[in-house]
Design a protein around this ligand. Structure first.
Ligand SMILES: [Zn+2]
Length: 275
């Protein structure tokens, strides 16, 4: 089944390239808050993540959350958040029945509250790792609880409960994925490290082009191409050993399947690889 992919963003923050990739330059690079619209022939519009939205500022008004925006100053685009950008394409918020959440960092879940009919496909392990966090502990995980709708739990569909489907040999070392909609159209694969329970998704888009939306498994495409870790200071924020294992897997996947387009959320190169 072929899906229509459109990449969007509602803003960005900046970070030193030197932090994002070992050996990187001492200059700031822009990290766009990419989210993806995936149009499915029978399920309609599906979102992969949802960007920041204005709620990011409301939720980081007070300390300690305010440190979040001080450390990564955020700029939002005039084109508005996911809900506004979808409406500009003629897609009503009520029409979005499925949102896939790669992980619970604020730049991925900012728009969840705008889609009242959406089921949230996320990792149970990932949700369990953040759901009880408050104050400093939440800040350390870049988690802003107010970005989740109050009925989040009732609307959550955990990816671990989806049927497991084998991947073709070209996807080695990944052997299988969670078949999110039971029709083989979108398979979720675990990409832990950057965040506990982080997932990416694999699907075929128009023309048969295969994609892996890799979330923040790495920040830059050079990382999976050349197996390059971030600066060691990032150890403070991530599970370093799981990050390394996931990055190695992506590196091998890229070598085995070079025509697969691997799109890390924040890498500037992805805007040339997808519509
Ligand atoms: Zn993240």
């Amino acid at each position: 089944m072929q899906l229509k992919l459109t990449l969007m963003s509602d803003g960005w923050c900046e970070q030193l390239e030197h932090i994002a990739i070992s050996g990187g330059k001492f200059q700031n690079i822009r990290f766009s808050s990419m989210f993806a619209l995936i149009e499915h022939p029978t399920l309609g519009p599906i979102l992969f993540d949802t960007g920041y939205t204005q709620r990011f500022f409301a939720e980081t008004e007070r300390f300690p959350a305010r440190l979040y925006r001080m450390v990564t100053p955020v700029q939002l685009l005039a084109s508005g958040g996911a809900v506004t950008q979808l409406q500009a394409r003629g897609i009503r918020p009520e029409a979005v029945k499925h949102i896939i959440i790669s992980h619970f960092h604020a730049d991925h879940v900012g728009g969840l509250c705008d889609f009242p009919n959406a089921q949230f496909h996320c990792s149970q392990v990932g949700f369990a790792a953040v759901e009880k966090l408050r104050g400093w502990r939440a800040l350390r995980q870049a988690f802003l609880r107010g970005l989740l709708p109050s009925d989040f739990v009732q609307r959550a569909a955990f990816v671990e409960d989806a049927p497991v489907k084998s991947l073709s040999a070209s996807y080695k070392p990944f052997l299988d994925g969670f078949d999110l909609f039971g029709d083989g159209s979108v398979l979720a694969i675990p990409l832990p490290g950057h965040a506990t329970g982080q997932i990416g998704i694999i699907f075929n888009a128009a023309g048969g082009q295969e994609y892996l939306l890799a979330a923040d498994a790495c920040w830059l495409s050079r990382q999976y191409r050349d197996a390059l870790m971030p600066h060691g200071v990032v150890r403070l924020l991530v599970d370093w050993s799981a990050y390394r294992d996931t990055l190695k897997q992506l590196h091998h996947l890229h070598q085995n399947h070079p025509s697969l387009r691997i799109l890390p959320t924040h890498c500037a190169e992805i805007w040339n690889l997808a519509p």
